[in-house]
Every structure is written in C-alpha cells, then in structure tokens.
Ligand binder design. Sequence first.
Ligand code: MG
Length: 263
Amino acid sequence: MGRIALLCTDFDGTLTSIEDKGRCIPELSAALQAIRENGALWLINTGRSLQHAIEGISQLEAPFSPDFLVVNERHIFQRNGKNSSEAASWEPLRDWNQTCDLRHEELYQIYSEAFEEVRKWAAIHPQIQLWEPDGRIEGVVADSESSMDLLVDFLLTLRQSFPLLSFQRNSVYLRFCHCDYHKGSTLLRVAQEIGIASTSILAAGDNHNDLQMLDPTYAGYLVCPSNSVPEVRAKVALHAPFGFISSKKFGAGTAEGIWKFLQ
Ligand SMILES: [Mg+2]
C-alpha cells in the first residue's frame, strides 16, 4: 500500500447530508485539502444525473473542484475547465460512455422479457412505482425500505434467468443497469485513465450502490461513515485494517477516514 493518488467518494450521505444543507463541513474541507496537498486527484462517483451532480458540487463549496465525475453510476466525465459549476467544463470519456449506452440499448432489446416480468410484478405490488422516462423501465421508487427489500429479492431471482441484468439500489430508489456498469467498474476506468493501481485509491461510500466500489479489487483503502447501511459496514469491516468504519456521520465520518489513511 502506498500514497493515496485518488480519492473516490460517493456524494449524498458520504460528503454531505440534508442536515448539512448540502454544504461541505469544515472538518471535511480540512481533510480534502490535506489529501489534495498530498497530491491526490478527486473523483465524485454518484447515482445523481450530470445536472444534479453539478448543482450539488456548486452547493458543496468544497476547497477545490473534483477532477472526475461519474454520474448515474455509469457515465464518466473529466473536468477540463476551472468552473466545475458549468456543464461545459465536464468532458465525457467518449469511448466508455458510448459503449455503455450501446450495452444498455442491447440490454433492453435482448431482455424485453425480463422487463415484462418486472412490469407484472409491479402491477401486483402498488408499494413500488416504475420510473419510465422514455417508455422503458429505467428504475423504481418504493414507498419504504422494506418494500424495496421485497423487490430486490424478486430481482435476485429474476437475475438467475437474465444474468446481464443488474441494478443499483440507493435507499428506496433503484436503477436498472447492465452488470458491467457500476461504481466499481467506472472507478477502474478512471484509475486506468490516470495510470494508477487500486492500491493507491481510497474509496468512501454509504449505500447499496457503493458496495461494488467498496472492494479491494478497485480500492486499497475503504471508508464508510456511521450512517452507512449494514451491508456497506459489513463489507468495509471485512477489509480491516484497510477498511475503516467511522463512528461519525456523513462528511465528518468520511473526513475521519481520510485522516486515518493519510497518516
Ligand atoms: Mg450515498
């Protein structure tokens, strides 16, 4: 294990919270500043859309701008301008994003039967709402965590017949995806772009959609704040002493994890 060359953080619940009004608290600012001075780049890896992520970055008022951005848990952007609050400053990694979109087009074509199964299941479970922005089922919103647990059980069974089908869960929200596209694979692609090994990456996250990047395959140092879901805490604990579960919430917890592995 060596110097941390890349910090990869989730956004909501990891950098900020509603309690913090989306702002970067002073403890986190100090930790970010320290890891930056140590030479690390910063990737924000989120399930937010590009526009929503940019709004969040603007509201965050971090001491410096992230260098890379992953949105929708799958599309990669690199900052090429100073002003991270402008969409024009974010350049897509074209090869990755285009292939990603193509794989998802194919997924919906070859797995129409799987999505029909989802539609049938939703019809008899009114506690979940399908999200179909362009006539295809992109995701689901559930009325509670337990309703989402039920849906996840159903989807895990469905996946046995449709192995390319995967999903990203973030609390009561879920987005369908191709199994090759998640926060772990996007982190790997960014690491390749920079030319660094997983052993020099610190990843921090709090929810189910962070599980794939919170893995020694993709990051040598793993951090989660105390508000993390039990599955995330369990996975980070497995990687001790290079996995750290903070006793502090949100940005304060992430800051504590950064300090721990920076020293
Ligand atoms: Mg989160």
